[in-house]
Design a protein around this ligand. Structure first.
Ligand SMILES: [Cu+2]
Length: 314
């Protein structure tokens, strides 16, 4: 259904890059396949055993430094080239551009649930504007799922109990398939969703309309604020920079935290999540080990909301 005019239905710049890496590897391997198999076939025929023809018997070559140098050198260069080319593209896939719009994705048996920044949720359908970088923050409510967008050549596992991410910038409007690539139970093959890419103006109009319709839903960050008030986190944490029993949450997100054991960690989604469920796992340097665990008290979607709230505290 997509109207993508790019080669092989590639729906983003990254997808074309991945295709180029693939073609690059294919050409190199095809060359070596023909070179080695062709030589093999030629030798089999040229040096086959013939009665009464001792002149075509294979000579016994012990060593040939030049030949050995070539067959070690050339494939080594080819393999290194594959690595460096592949690595640059991989880096593009893993580096989310600044200002990317964030959409939370919860995979469960057997559907994808999407949540937009305004708090709205949708099942098995997600919309994004053309040309805008969009980051999908993934988690799973039950088992391992594989969030896969073939037209974008990107795939990322959704893992229960932690957050993973993947991003894309769609180059053409259209409707694209989202599949699950982990065998996650009997409904696995039915676990299909759609990514709908819209022209930016129409997307904004659609977004405003939907937000207005869903007025009663709290934006995710506001829900997070309500959760931390209800659970009493603010008795020990401030949001304005003052130090209480625990460190402030102001500018916490993505900052470097020095731990008691001398190591530093980046305060990302997984760090905050672990802190809430298993605070004893790490301790911030200079603070007492008094934070209680909220395991069994806080729900998964509430943790996601708390993280969204902490992100806003700049
Ligand atoms: Cu699945």
């Amino acid at each position: 259904m997509s109207s993508a005019p790019t080669a092989f239905g590639a729906a983003s710049h990254v997808a074309s890059e991945v295709d180029n890496v693939f073609i690059f590897i294919l050409v190199i391997t095809a060359f070596f396949f023909v070179a080695t198999q062709g030589t093999l076939i030629y030798f089999v025929i040229r040096y086959r055993h013939r009665k009464g023809r001792p002149d075509v018997a294979t000579s016994s070559v012990i060593t040939n430094r030049i030949l050995e140098g070539i067959w070690i050198g050339v494939p080594s260069i080819a393999v290194a080239a594959i690595f460096f080319y592949g690595y640059t593209v991989w880096e593009d896939i893993r580096t989310v551009p600044k200002g990317a719009e964030e959409i939370n994705v919860t995979a469960r048996q057997w559907l994808y649930q999407f949540q937009y920044p305004d708090g709205r949720k949708s099942i098995n359908e997600v919309r994004v504007p053309v040309g805008q970088a969009v980051e999908f923050n993934l988690t799973s409510a039950d088992v391992l799922h594989g969030f896969y967008l073939p037209a974008f050549r990107i795939k990322q596992d959704a893992v229960p109990g932690r957050y993973t991410y993947v991003w894309l910038r769609a180059s053409d409007p259209g409707s694209y398939d989202i599949f699950c690539t982990q065998y996650c139970g009997v409904g696995h093959s039915q676990m299909r969703a759609k990514l709908i890419v819209m022209p930016p103006a129409r997307y904004r109009q659609w977004y405003r309309q939907e937000t207005a319709k869903a007025e009663k839903v709290l934006p995710l960050a506001d829900k997070g604020k309500a959760v931390v008030q209800r659970l009493g986190c603010l008795a020990c944490h401030s949001t304005d920079g003052t130090v209480k029993v625990g460190p402030t949450w102001k500018n916490l997100y993505e900052s470097r935290v020095l731990l008691e054991n001398g190591k530093t960690v980046i305060a990302d989604d997984n760090y905050i999540r672990t802190k809430i469920l298993n605070p004893a796992a790490t301790t911030v340097k200079g603070f007492p080990k008094v934070m209680p665990t909220f395991k069994g008290i806080i729900k998964d979607d509430e943790i996601t909301a708390v993280i969204a709230y902490i992100k806003t505290l700049k």
